[in-house]
Design a protein around this ligand. Structure first.
Ligand SMILES: [Zn+2]
Ligand SMILES: [Zn+2]
Length: 97
């Protein structure tokens, strides 16, 4: 049962609510109103971080971004999010103020 969605929908919803309560700024495009979450380090590489909020980031899901209209989660595809973030240099939410 290994795959991209190893979270049960219950776990996912709980985690998503928690992540999005802290920030709904999409990790990929940098705009707000993200409605989904994704793993920064893929679960295949770090299964122990599968449910770690520190390894989850807001991202625009199926509805896409209302600002730039990108389908961020789609666009990311199967690439690890950590790899995608490296391309988006303006995103420095990791470092904080
Ligand atoms: Zn986005
Ligand atoms: Zn956007």
């Amino acid at each position: 049962m290994a795959g991209r969605s190893d979270l049960t929908s219950y776990d996912y919803r709980k985690l998503r609510a928690r992540i999005l309560a802290e920030s709904d700024v999409c990790i990929l495009c940098g705009h707000g109103a993200a409605d989904a979450i994704d793993h920064v380090i893929p679960v295949s590489k770090a299964p122990q971080l599968a449910k770690d909020p520190g390894n989850l980031a807001p991202i625009h899901g199926v509805d896409g971004c209302p600002v730039c209209l990108r389908k961020c989660n789609n666009e990311k595809g199967n690439r690890p999010l950590a790899e995608v973030i490296r391309l988006v240099t303006s995103v420095d939410w990791f470092a904080g103020p």
